[in-house]
Ligand binder design. Structure first.
Ligand SMILES: NC(=O)c1ccc[n+]([C@@H]2O[C@H](COP(=O)([O-])OP(=O)(O)OC[C@H]3O[C@@H](n4cnc5c(N)ncnc54)[C@H](O)[C@@H]3O)[C@@H](O)[C@H]2O)c1
Length: 494
């Protein structure tokens, strides 16, 4: 029977690991230690009085990151950039092979340059071999995907697999940090599961990730806050040392229980998704009553209790996080016999909103899209990423194809991913204007910067009909009308 120091199991005198032992890790006590640690910390690798097998020393921290996706690759690269030795592990051989040849598997602004520099300087390595990848690591981050499972909740199979593999490979004490977004209780269950596999002591901490794709490097380097969930103060101290270089502008390092940390991530995403569904519902109401949601947004945003963030109406949220996280919370509530009325509403408003753009297109053409060519600008679920998971543009394309329309698309980064889904069923255009050739209408699904100020004269010349459906309210309705376009935004007077 193993010893999860931070886990629920305590055997062989591991009382520190007993979560029922309140003195082991009262959040307030930890916090005072963190303040003290902050005062003394001189950067990464400066270890202040570690004990329990975590060796004391002056060296860059050896880190392994399991799961080299949008989160893991950014995490590993930014930690390498701050001087640590990082090994990124992934089970997809092609991804690792590509990275070892300098090919970055995702688009994230600024990432490629950082990866190349840190590989060149020997601080960043890639492997498919988990056991050898974690051998030297003191801290192992788990950043594998936690997609929606069949039951609606998060599919944790990747986390369990990696947990077991890490446990099997342990040769000395390590801190295992769950970065993936996981339901409350995962940390405890992971510690239990790992302790079944290994005799070697370890800690399991939770450290939810709040980065935004498209601004991930900036978010990692200048986080609004870092949240860690731990069961032992030494673990919080160690993680604080690791993150200290990123918290120099006095950003808070918040220490809490793993359960609260796990919940924090979901609550943050639930609130953000709620704001989006709220303003989308209001936008549709504005439209029905000839009010302009943009004016309304300004009218409410100056109220400091409300603010402007996340109150831009559009075609619904997508991506790898909000949709599945909201459904995971619904599932968590149902599992405890609790209602999740608000999140159910947020999810269903969003699903309906993803169809708004198609409805507008279809209505404009009297329900008959056969033989019509529709251009779509923006395919990624948001600008500055190539991520198309749950992207509203895909819902639009599916509906257009089902209605018999021809579809011509442009996106600055996401075309290769979209091509994998649609093959030759749609036309891919390298340039925005290319998509407009002989188009009966343009639908803007993602607000990339390059769409904001196009040459409208060129657009009119290229299009068969000057019709624009603006799913992100990029353009000014009055100006578009003055330029001779038939224009519809979301919640705006067109
Ligand atoms: N993408 C975001 O913006 C974001 C932000 C915050 C949190 N998160 C959370 O972070 C986690 C990762 O998200 P992501 O977007 O980076 O996912 P991703 O799908 O881009 O990357 C996950 C990676 O893990 C690898 N992987 C899966 N199982 C593995 C295994 N057994 N061994 C080794 N590698 C394995 C996959 O091959 C993939 O490369 C998720 O829980 C997500 O909810 C994501």
């Amino acid at each position: 029977m193993g010893r999860a120091w931070g886990g629920l199991r305590s055997s062989g005198g591991g009382a520190r690991g007993d979560s029922s032992n309140k003195s082991a890790c009262p959040a307030r006590r930890i916090f005072s230690i963190i303040i003290d640690c902050r005062a003394r910390s001189r950067g990464p690798g400066l270890c202040l009085g570690r004990s329990d097998g975590l060796e004391k020393g002056l060296y860059s921290v050896k880190i392994a990151v399991i799961g080299t996706g949008y989160v893991g690759l950014v995490q590993g690269t930014c930690l390498a950039e701050s001087g640590n030795d990082v090994v990124c592990v992934d089970k997809v051989a092609a991804k690792i092979e590509g990275l070892n040849r300098g090919r970055i598997p995702i688009y994230e602004p600024g990432l490629a340059e950082l990866v190349h520099r840190n590989v060149r300087d020997g601080r960043l390595k890639f492997t498919t071999e988990l056991a050898s990848g974690i051998t030297e690591a003191e801290i192992v981050f788990i950043a594998v995907g936690t997609p929606q499972g069949d039951h609606g909740g998060a599919d944790l199979s990747g986390v369990w697999t990696v947990g077991r593999q890490v446990a099997q490979a342990l040769t000395g004490p390590k801190i295992v940090v769950v970065k993936s977004t996981v339901p409350v209780g995962t940390n405890a269950e992971l510690a239990r599961l790992m302790a079944e596999v290994t005799e070697v002591p370890f800690d399991v901490a939770s450290n939810p990730e709040f980065l935004k794709e498209g601004a991930a490097i900036d978010d990692f380097n200048k986080p609004d806050r870092v949240v860690v969930g731990v069961r032992r103060e030494e673990v919080a101290e160690r993680l604080h040392e690791l993150y200290a270089p990123f918290l120099r502008t006095d950003r808070p390092f918040l220490v809490m229980s793993p359960e609260s940390a796990e919940m924090t991530k979901y609550v943050a995403n639930c609130l953000l998704a709620t704001k989006i569904s709220f303003i989308n519902e209001m936008a549709n109401l504005c439209e029905a009553y000839s009010a302009d949601v943009n004016d309304v947004r300004r009218g409410i945003g100056h109220d400091q209790r409300i603010g402007f963030h996340f109150l831009f109406p559009g075609v619904g949220y997508g991506g790898s996080c909000f949709p599945k996280d909201i459904r995971a919370v619904i599932h968590m509530a149902q599992s405890r016999g609790l209602p999740a009325r608000m999140m159910e509403a947020v999810d269903s408003v969003n699903e309906a909103q993803k169809e708004v753009l198609f409805r507008k297109v279809s209505q404009h053409f009297g329900g008959d899209l056969k033989g019509k060519t529709i251009a779509v600008w923006g395919l990624a679920f948001k600008p500055r990423t190539d991520d198309i998971r749950e992207a509203p543009a895909l819902v639009l394309i599916d509906a257009l194809l089902a209605a018999g329309a021809e579809v011509r698309v442009h996106d600055p980064e996401a075309i290769p991913n979209v091509r994998e889904i649609y093959g030759d069923r749609i036309a891919y255009c390298d340039r925005p204007y290319g998509a407009l050739e002989q188009a009966d209408a343009l639908a803007v699904a993602t607000e990339w910067n390059e769409f904001r100020n196009p040459d409208f004269e060129v657009m009119r010349r290229l299009m068969r009909q000057p019709v624009v459906f603006d799913g992100r309210n990029v353009y000014d309705p009055e100006r578009m009308t003055a330029l001779g376009f038939t224009y519809q935004g979301i919640g705006r007077i067109g």
